[in-house]
Write a protein that binds this ligand. Structure first.
Ligand code: GYE
Length: 321
């Protein structure tokens, strides 16, 4: 009996010293980041997704990933799942703008910080998230509008009619790319948006909607095609081709995927405003700064450029997406 007691005591001591050893060791604590991605609707999205996951993994963060495949309700649930798992930080690339306050309240209560990337959310509560990292969609719309105003500036035309292909409703890029555009073209009263369709940022959806517009004779008198992203521009071009129609519009697109740059170089479209998807490094550095207790600015902008037939096209570097 005594022997057993001694053995038990030794085991207990070993266990204690073992535990102490682990606590004093300087092994970095594993940090888990929940990344809630919006969908896979465009090539742009795939590159943005890759950029963020790659850079987080480079920094040795454990990434818990959920993709809600363009379903807003699913995305609310995805973020609730991260909260239930008690992840250390949430990166949210939202689909829609509205409805986030109660979910982010829950995250706040659970003391889980949230970083919003790409699209933004509609709230006045700056205490609900650390920062937003992404492009200025209003500036993108403004730059698209500026191309159109410049293009027609010296042309004697009474009216310049614009056909707008909008992205998904209730999303910040759709709202702001529209606002930025109308604000800028507003300087020339001849330029008016006379037709609008919604293509949800998806090539096939835009193709279908644009085909319907062609069949309904809605292209009559249109001078400009302004599309909120490249996938939808490609969809509209697909529809024109299917209807054996020549493209006779000025075309302005947003994103600057490879296919669109190629079309610009072939002078089949006129202008493409870049939306820079490579935000991973900024995101990972911001996460790192947060865990190091450093200050983080409220808005972190990704820089975009504009490619158009008003500039030299040969200098555009090749792209792989
Ligand atoms: O322009 C589009 C996409 O949210 C800014 O979403 C992003 C947009 C991007 O799928 O291609």
């Amino acid at each position: 009996m005594k022997k057993i007691k001694v053995i038990l005591l030794i085991c207990f001591c070993l266990l204690l010293t073992g535990c102490q050893k682990e606590e004093s060791a300087e092994a970095p604590r594993e940090i888990t980041i929940g990344f809630a991605q919006a969908g896979t609707e465009s090539n742009w999205r795939k590159v943005q997704n890759q950029s963020i996951t790659d850079e987080l993994e480079k920094q040795n963060y454990q990434v818990m990933y959920r993709n809600s495949f363009s379903d807003p309700k699913q995305q609310f649930q995805d973020v609730m799942t991260f909260i239930a798992y008690q992840v250390d930080l949430i990166i949210l690339s939202p689909i829609q703008e509205n409805g986030w306050e109660p979910i982010l309240e829950e995250a706040k209560e659970a003391k889980i910080p949230v970083i919003i990337v790409d699209r933004n959310i509609a709230t006045n509560r700056s205490d609900l998230f650390l920062t937003h990292i992404g492009s200025s969609f209003k500036a993108q719309g403004g730059r698209a509008g500026l191309y159109v105003t410049n293009h027609f500036q010296k042309m004697e035309k009474e009216a310049i009619d614009v056909f707008e292909i909008k992205g998904t409703e209730n999303t910040s890029p759709t709202r702001l790319r529209h606002d930025g555009f109308t604000e800028t073209v507003g300087r020339d009263p001849r330029i008016q948006i006379t037709q609008t369709i919604t293509g949800d940022f998806i090539r096939l959806k835009a193709k279908e909607e644009f085909s319907k517009a062609i069949d309904a004779g809605k292209l009559e008198g249109i001078d400009v095609l302004y599309s909120h992203n490249d996938e939808m521009t490609l969809g509209a071009l697909d529809a024109l081709e299917e209807h054996k129609l020549e493209n006779k519009f000025v075309i302005v697109s947003i994103d600057a995927q490879k296919e669109m740059i190629d079309l610009l170089k072939q002078r089949k479209i006129n202008c493409v405003v870049e939306c820079n998807p490579f935000m991973g490094e900024l995101v990972a550095n911001t996460v790192k700064r947060y865990f190091a207790g450093k200050t983080i600015s409220e808005d972190i902008y990704v820089s975009d450029t504009v490619f158009s037939d008003q500039n030299s096209l040969s200098t555009i570097p090749p792209r792989n997406y």
